[in-house]
Design a binder for this molecule. Structure first.
Ligand SMILES: Cc1cc2nc3c(=O)[nH]c(=O)nc-3n(C[C@H](O)[C@H](O)[C@H](O)COP(=O)(O)OP(=O)(O)OC[C@H]3O[C@@H](n4cnc5c(N)ncnc54)[C@H](O)[C@@H]3O)c2cc1C
Ligand SMILES: NC(=O)c1ccc[n+]([C@@H]2O[C@H](COP(=O)([O-])OP(=O)(O)OC[C@H]3O[C@@H](n4cnc5c(N)ncnc54)[C@H](O)[C@@H]3O)[C@@H](O)[C@H]2O)c1
Length: 462
């Protein structure tokens, strides 16, 4: 017998959890389904544990910066407090508190793998194999996120390679680590392990690190990482992976060979739309992301699927927790018929928490040119700013602004440097609110801050 409810939320990561909780607060009879931990990737294997590792690694690096500036320091980095703090933050990968938080708001939580079996029907298979059919009178919300997408390199499949999940759960520091993929995950975790003493090599197939961001950012990061002793191989493709029981050997297409105890695969993530049964609502199961309109309603090949909503990583609009939570607000307003703003993606901020941090918002210069905008750019070197001079060790960074000359507004910006993610705040407001560049020129930027480099970059843009 199907169970009749108002709403079913499939996937209780940051996005689904937000929707389920807010619908329950509004008195909607809602069932949230997750096959694993309530909270999803971010608190257990993503943002939180990785930033605990990054914070610890940054402390180690700062300690090493004392000589020449503040006396002497002996830093003996130890991994076990990091592993302990990760376990504390994840409650040893136990979601009891998260489940209680949701149920106390009136949301029912069902553990199992959900699949769409109709336009208003979700079938949940519990770990013991028992199936529950949920019929949703008002809404189905899809928020199942992404999973790692290992590349089809011969030999890789079946080896004990790490994904982010193994890396954040590491109790012991590997002696050596090959990081496949020089994107956000690979660089944050790779730099953190390196600062604790692991011999790290980053292998990136694109010509530069962080290829989706401004070239100046990836190039600067490659210099900093190399200076720290991380080997950076860009434009490098692996042709074969071998694991001999003790370690990995990665052979490149040009015959080069790398050996390491561990291999972290961080080459991007993918959705599983086929597994979610989207074909049953008329959506192509082979699509990379779930197509949605500006109110986060799922679009099918021929029309829309009324009452079916999606949010978060699965929509392909930016795999960030803040994106999932932003979209969750739009979904809640839509289901409750509160109206409100539609989704806008012209000022999506992102921060890669390396040291220096790489913050970016809106379009890169290349993306702006591809759109045919009248582009003007400005660059400022953070190390040469007053604050950079004062800061000395660890002062590398830049601010880059991308101006749409016709409209007289910023359409994109990048801030690399110490607290580059915090400096990004001002740039995010400027791009989001389309603050006229003339107004930004008239802004007083406090001396001697890192964000004062925004004024320098604007002046450089003319
Ligand atoms: C190492 C790492 C570091 C990151 N750092 C940051 C960061 O610093 N800042 C940031 O903004 N973002 C960061 N992210 C990205 C962030 O974690 C994701 O964008 C965010 O978790 C997406 O939320 P979501 O709700 O879309 O999906 P998820 O968090 O992926 O949650 C999806 C949930 O759906 C469940 N599920 C999947 N399929 C089914 C099914 N068929 N039935 C039932 N349940 C299902 C899963 O078990 C999971 O709990 C990081 C990611 C990683 C991997
Ligand atoms: N601080 C943050 O906000 C944060 C941190 C970590 C992850 N995330 C999110 O998680 C997503 C996934 O992270 P990710 O780092 O796995 O993906 P990514 O897309 O950011 O980076 C993957 C990198 O792997 C490279 N690559 C792909 N195939 C390769 C191959 N065969 N050999 C070598 N390199 C290869 C790509 O060129 C790319 O640079 C990110 O896009 C981001 O949205 C966010």
């Amino acid at each position: 017998m199907p169970v009749h409810v108002d709403a079913v939320v499939v996937g209780l990561g940051p996005g689904g959890e937000e929707v389920a909780g807010r619908l329950a607060d509004a008195g909607v009879d809602v069932v949230g389904v997750d096959r694993h931990l309530v909270g999803g990737e971010c608190p257990y294997w993503g943002c939180i544990p990785s930033k605990i590792m990054v914070r610890a690694a940054d402390l180690v690096a700062e300690g090493h910066r004392i000589p020449g500036m503040a006396g002497t320091a002996m830093v003996r980095a130890e991994w076990h407090p990091v592993a302990r703090n990760v376990r504390e933050a994840t409650a040893d990968w136990d979601d009891t508190a998260a489940v209680d938080r949701l149920t106390s708001r009136g949301c029912r939580v069902l553990r199992g793998t959900a699949r769409l079996t109709g336009r208003d029907e979700v079938t949940v298979r519990a770990p013991d194999g028992q199936e529950t059919v949920l019929q949703a009178g008002r809404a189905i919300v899809l928020a199942t996120g992404t999973e790692p997408a290992p590349p089809p390199i011969p030999g890789l499949d079946g080896t004990p390679y790490w994904t982010n999940r193994d890396a954040v759960a590491a109790e012991r520091l590997p002696r050596s680590l090959i990081v496949l993929g020089g994107g956000a995950i690979g660089l944050e975790l790779g730099q953190a392990f390196a600062r604790f003493g692991t011999d790290v090599t980053v292998v990136e197939s694109a010509p530069r690190l962080l290829p989706q961001e401004e070239p100046e950012a990836g190039e600067l990061l490659a210099r900093v990482l190399s200076d720290e002793g991380v080997q950076v191989r860009t434009g490098a493709r692996a042709a074969l992976v071998v694991h001999d029981g003790n370690g990995f050997t990665l052979s490149g297409e040009r015959g080069e060979r790398l050996d390491a105890e561990r291999l972290l695969v961080a080459t991007g993530r993918r959705t599983d739309l086929a597994g979610l049964g989207v074909v049953n609502i008329g959506v192509d199961p082979d699509a990379r992301a779930l197509p949605v309109d500006e109110r986060m309603r799922v679009l099918t090949a021929s029309d829309s699927a009324p009452g079916v909503w999606a949010l978060g990583d699965i929509t392909g609009k930016g795999a960030f927790t803040h994106m999932a939570v932003y979209q969750a607000g739009i979904v809640v307003n839509g289901i409750l018929r509160h109206g409100g703003a539609v989704a806008a993606y012209h000022a999506v901020p992102r921060v890669t928490f390396t040291d220096p941090e790489v913050g970016a918002v809106g379009l890169t210069e290349e993306q702006a040119r591809e759109r045919g905008l009248a582009v003007r750019v400005g660059l400022a070197d953070v190390a040469r700013s007053s604050r950079g001079y004062i800061h000395r060790a660890g002062n590398q960074g830049l601010v880059k602004v991308v101006v749409d000359d016709r409209e007289g507004v910023l359409v994109g910006a990048t801030s690399v440097g110490p607290w580059g993610g915090e400096v990004l705040g001002a740039l995010t407001v400027a791009v989001h609110a389309r603050v006229p560049v003339d107004e930004l020129h008239r802004t007083i930027w406090a001396f001697p801050t890192f964000h004062r480099a925004i004024g320098d970059a604007l002046r450089d843009a003319g």
